[in-house]
Design a protein around this ligand. Structure first.
Ligand code: URA
Length: 197
């Protein structure tokens, strides 16, 4: 069933499908261009995101902003969200049951945006979307096509901050994303932000 943006936002705000909501300041649904051709999916909010209610606004988010800018775009042109909408305590990896509880929200967002190309940032996003068999070091940089949607697994920006040696490969992956967008006839600078949520 396709929900409206208002319904998705309301469901996220009201969600108590797992225990993560108990420790949070804000839900972090995601934000950006709701008509985006390109979507970025991360793991889950950290402390800064929890404080502000916005995805990728801390140190990893600042690097993500630079990566998007290096692609010739800005954040308002893409849609950015996470697998889980509540911050896990101490930024631990979300548990499989927490991801399972939250993934209907991601699916609903995906059905509304219908991006053509999706960048999966890190192992958690890859596993939540493509399945538990994904290994980021082995599978990054390799396209996965599902029902006409193109998924690019790559490193999470936090991993790039911890190990800048990985940046070269991440940049290769983003260049592959730009090539795919060109191949699909998507203009990197097309579209305007249609609103936040
Ligand atoms: N890491 C994520 O995976 N998502 C955020 O929003 C911030 C940091």
């Amino acid at each position: 069933m396709k929900l409206s943006w208002d319904e998705v936002t309301e469901r996220i705000e009201a969600c108590r499908a797992c225990g993560l909501w108990e420790g949070i300041t804000h839900k972090v649904p995601g934000q950006g261009n709701r008509d985006a051709d390109l979507m970025f999916i991360g793991e889950g909010p950290g402390a800064d995101e929890d404080m502000r209610g916005e995805a990728f606004v801390g140190a990893a988010g600042q690097l993500l902003t630079k990566m998007i800018q290096a692609m010739g775009m800005d954040r308002s042109q893409v849609y950015i969200c996470n697998v889980v909408k509540c911050r896990p305590p101490q930024n631990r990896t979300p548990l499989p049951e927490e991801m399972e509880a939250c993934v209907p929200h991601l699916r609903a967002q995906f059905l509304l945006v219908r991006p053509k190309v999706i960048v999966l940032l890190g192992a958690t996003a890859c596993r939540a979307v493509l399945g538990s068999g994904i290994r980021i070091t082995r599978d990054r940089g390799n396209w996965v096509e599902r029902k006409g949607f193109w998924f690019m697994p790559t490193y999470h920006p936090a991993a790039l901050l911890r190990d800048p040696g990985k940046k070269k490969d991440a940049w290769k992956d983003l260049q592959a994303v730009l090539s795919k967008m060109e191949e699909l006839g998507i203009k990197a600078n097309a579209g305007e932000a249609k609103g936040e949520s």
